[in-house]
Design a protein around this ligand. Structure first.
Ligand SMILES: [Zn+2]
Length: 120
């Protein structure tokens, strides 16, 4: 009985030794590496492009007539273009930081978007 208890305790200790580093690990997310303003612009760009794609699918499926399609497409194209322009980093700003790899990262970046290395 004592041997069984000892084996059980050793098993629990071994399981804890294996699981503890996994549970206590700090997960690094994309949000840690990219400033919130860049994430917002990227999200707006993706939403605008997805909406434009939806309109194209709805037209192809016959859910939209030509007039509705043209109206929605014109509106969504404008939004998508604005989102694309906003999502592009503006090169040459004094606040932008050029990394040794040559990529110009937006101000506030913690990691280089060109090579992935931590910025100084
Ligand atoms: Zn770089």
């Amino acid at each position: 009985m004592t041997l069984l208890l000892t084996a059980g305790m050793l098993g629990l200790l071994a399981a804890g030794w294996v699981v503890h580093p996994i549970l206590s690990r700090r997960w690094v997310s994309l949000g840690d590496a990219v400033p919130a303003s860049v994430m917002d612009r990227e999200a707006r760009k993706r939403v605008a492009l997805a909406a434009l794609k939806d309109v194209e699918y709805d037209r192809a499926a016959g859910k939209l007539d030509d007039a509705d399609y043209e109206e929605m497409r014109g509106k969504l194209e404008g939004e998508a273009l604005a989102a694309l322009r906003a999502a592009e980093p503006t090169p040459g700003r004094a606040s932008d930081r050029k990394h040794t790899c040559g990529f110009v990262n937006p101000a506030g970046s913690r990691f280089c978007a060109g090579c992935g290395k931590r910025l100084p």
